[in-house]
Ligand binder design. Structure first.
Ligand code: MN
Length: 382
């Protein structure tokens, strides 16, 4: 696969403060409880969309700043059929930037981050393409770090879920290591390089980031810069329904909070989100990194993805998650990954998947199904 240069279109519109305030709708139960202690700044954080594209498909949006990253060669595993690198541009074509701006977000599209392929990138143990993934992730981590330190909320459009290594690493570095991660996915993506059944890094992303797994991660070429940066207690999974036995052991052994589809069914999504917020805020209120895999949504609705699993979130559940996370006022970065246009068998399937991805992001940044209006709006006088 040929390497492609970095291209970027910058769409920047600065957001006036009063335009931003209406983005923050009424707070969730958990957030409301601690309303008085809320940092005033978190309620008016601008959104930067940063779109990055990796040769490991990554798209990074900083809401206020979009970084898109995808790969020139699609997914990393030979077994994967490719196409996930086309996800970000389809999401753009669906009008993401304009729709975010229309709801009051300042958005800067950083274009697609593209990464050179690495010659002779032989597997390291079971891990496929470690050098390409390792170096691309490092580039992404730096982009996210820069975006965060510039005060933006990055949005990473994938691309596959391996991009979370770079995005969470960069985010954690900017946040001083104190971060909550809400991982919405059919899969846990927490196999270690020694347990992975496929070698795909997108099934291992979390294992490189969790402090408690550090001793289980072997040295890999181009991975030595990665330092674990998230504590097991600061992670919440939502939507799991395809978890490998080794992953299940890790989740149980580390006591990671999981709301699988069983809990979504049993509790209902409102209770799941209330418990998620209570759990994450029981200690300190840390910035939230939302890593949202479109395959969390049921494949009847979002079929254009690489590893669909039956029995997923409804559209309403998937959007409710974003509305609640938005209302915490703590959303600090978002990954939206695994939209793969080549996996749709019809154009309608692709459009459905892309539209849900757009709606997920709109929900993250203030869209309320009950409606919104700008804070300063006044009815016209006759
Ligand atoms: Mn995933």
């Amino acid at each position: 696969m040929g390497a492609r240069g970095c291209t970027a279109t910058h769409v920047l519109s600065l957001l006036r403060r009063e335009q931003r305030e209406w983005l923050l709708a009424p707070h969730s139960t958990a957030a409301r409880r601690d309303d008085e202690q809320r940092e005033p700044d978190t309620a008016t954080t601008t959104i930067t969309i940063l779109i990055i594209i990796l040769s490991i498909p990554i798209l990074l949006i900083i809401v206020n700043f979009i970084i898109t990253a995808w790969g020139s060669s699609g997914r990393l595993s030979p077994k994967d059929r490719g196409g996930v690198e086309d996800g970000p541009d389809r999401i753009r074509s669906a009008g993401l930037v304009g729709r975010l701006q229309a709801q009051g977000c300042g958005v800067k599209d950083y274009g697609n981050l593209r990464f050179d392929d690495v010659a002779d990138d032989a597997p390291a143990g079971r891990v496929m393409r470690p050098r390409a993934v390792g170096s691309a992730s490092r580039t992404l981590a730096h982009a996210v770090f820069t975006a965060k330190t510039d005060g933006h909320t990055p949005v990473m459009l994938g691309g596959d879920h391996s991009l979370a290594i770079g995005s969470i690493h960069g985010h954690a570095a900017a946040a001083g290591g104190a971060l909550s991660v809400v991982w919405v996915d059919a899969h846990a993506d927490i196999n270690t390089p020694l347990t992975t059944p496929t070698g795909n890094v997108h099934g291992q992303a979390m294992s490189y980031l969790v402090r408690e797994l550090h001793s289980k991660i072997p040295a890999l070429p181009h991975f030595s810069w990665i330092k674990p940066c998230v504590s097991a207690k600061d992670i919440v999974y939502i939507g799991l329904r395809d978890v490998d036995p080794e992953e299940h052991y890790i989740l149980k052994h580390l006591g990671i909070k999981v709301f699988s589809m069983t809990e979504v069914d049993g509790l209902g999504i409102a209770r799941v989100m209330e418990e998620t917020c209570d759990y994450l805020f029981s200690d300190a209120k840390k910035p939230i990194h939302l890593s949202y895999d479109i395959d969390a949504i049921d494949p009847l609705l979002a079929p254009a993805t690489g590893t669909p699993v039956v029995g997923g979130l409804t559209y309403r559940e998937g959007i409710y998650i974003t509305e609640q996370i938005c209302q915490t006022g703590l959303l600090s970065a978002v990954d939206l990954v695994e939209v793969n246009p080549k996996q749709g068998t019809t154009e309608a399937q692709v459009l459905s998947t892309v539209q849900i991805a757009v709606d997920v992001l709109l929900g993250c940044f203030g869209r309320r199904r009950g409606g919104n209006h700008p804070a300063g709006y006044r009815l016209p006088e006759p």
